[in-house]
Design a protein around this ligand. Structure first.
Ligand code: ZN
Length: 413
């Protein structure tokens, strides 16, 4: 019969000793992939005769490609990020973003939500990578974050003053085709003179802004370090609250009642831990505050706050664009189990970026974004930095890369 077999896509069978599907670990399973999607995860069995079997070995674990729910691709992870952003041309920023995307993918990060663009250069990069999945992760992008005049990250070009400007800025982002709108509800550590503990918008203003974004059918990611900004983000109805550090200008002060309200509302929180080995946080007072931030994160576990992970990759040398595995490691230092930390970086992070069931899981129908590592990260998360292979939409896009494990500073709780 003419054309017999045309259009039949052979099945790819990925086999390893362990499969972690984003929530549940099983041993001796195969991941079956067809046309870039997972079609089944099942006990190892002889593959179909037309299938390609890739047996990665009994000592290897397959897990969903990591989902970094909070990154900054156009930042260059240097000590001079602000200078770079003020001086670089759009072409230079795009080149920086392309390099960052490739760096993340090689470490097994197959989805990135970018929350800090300048000049909308990440939108073109998103579309470029969608057409060439081997060159970088799937991107969801916010364009330039909204801030107050002279507020945190004003140099990204998203200052708004008053209701009319807010409306126009949100409409511009929607027209351009962003996936999410990012708003700074507090100051931050990257901007000289900005206080992460202080709220930036009046609560009524933030609520109006969030409502305006929702009117356009888009989600809102609200950056909030300090208590007042977290409270404002909660009452405004943010889709995710980013950082959630409870930082003040020089300390960390929790608020049990506010945390209870966050839980009661089912609010999604994206924590941004993680530091590359041998690097300490240079920005603001984070180095001194880190033990307090991690103690607060430890206290969140028993409250049941819904937590996903991002990395804040790009903002400083300790935050390169492939820092996500170290965010998972740091999360285990706060008392979460390896499995819970992995879920926060896979299934939960996929939900946080609005792609639950599509990314961050190895289940029928999900994208075949797969990270293969030596060892079993559900037992020891350091296995995440011993990469065997990375698949994006069923294509093998990166090979072995071994990095040093995370280093726990002696002053942590
Ligand atoms: Zn950030």
């Amino acid at each position: 019969m003419a054309g017999s077999g045309a259009g039949v896509v052979p099945v790819l069978v990925l086999r390893a000793g362990v499969v972690f599907d984003g929530e549940v670990r099983r041993s001796g399973a195969d991941v079956l992939v067809e046309a870039g999607r997972v079609v089944a995860v099942e006990d190892s069995a002889p593959p179909p005769s037309d299938a390609e079997l890739v047996d990665l070995g009994a000592g290897v674990t397959l897990l969903p490609g990591l989902v970094d729910a909070h990154q900054h691709l156009v930042m260059n992870a240097s000590l001079d990020v602000v200078d770079f952003l003020e001086q670089a041309s759009d072409d230079e920023l795009a080149a920086q973003g392309r390099l960052a995307a490739a760096t993340a993918l090689a470490a097994g990060v197959t989805t990135v939500r970018d929350l800090g663009d300048r000049g909308y250069v990440t939108l073109a990069l998103r579309d470029e990578l969608a057409a060439d999945p081997a060159a970088g992760p799937r991107l969801l992008v916010s364009g330039p974050p909204l801030t107050t005049v002279g507020g945190h990250c004003w140099f990204l070009g998203g200052e708004v003053d008053g209701v009319e400007q807010m409306r126009a800025s949100v409409a511009e982002r929607a027209d351009r085709g962003v996936d999410v709108v990012k708003v700074f509800a507090t100051g931050g550590n990257l901007t000289p003179g900005s206080d992460p503990g202080a709220a930036q918008f009046a609560p009524g203003e933030l609520s109006a802004l969030v409502a305006e974004v929702h009117r356009h059918g888009l989600p809102v990611a609200v950056h909030a370090h300090g208590r007042d900004g977290i409270a404002a983000a909660l009452s405004a109805g943010a889709d995710t609250i980013e950082h959630f550090s409870f930082m003040t200008a020089d300390s960390v002060v929790g608020d049990d009642a506010l945390v209870d309200a966050v839980v009661a509302a089912g609010m999604r929180v994206v924590l941004t831990p993680g530091s590359a080995p041998g690097q300490s946080p240079p920005l603001g007072n984070i180095r001194a505050q880190l033990p307090l931030i991690l103690a607060l994160q430890r206290s969140l576990i028993e409250t049941g706050v819904w937590v996903a992970l991002g990395s804040d990759g790009g903002v400083a040398p300790n935050k390169p664009h492939d820092v996500m595995p170290y965010a998972v490691a740091m999360t285990t230092w706060t008392g979460r189990s390896p499995t819970d930390a992995l879920t926060a970086a896979t299934a939960r992070a996929g939900e946080a970026v609005g792609l639950g069931g599509e990314v961050g899981v190895l289940r029928p129908g999900a994208a075949a974004d797969v990270l293969a590592v030596n060892g079993d990260p559900t037992v020891d998360v350091d296995a995440l930095v011993d990469v065997v292979a990375v698949y994006r939409a069923g294509q093998r896009v990166a090979g072995a890369m071994r990095r040093p494990p995370a280093v726990r500073p002696p002053n942590l709780p």
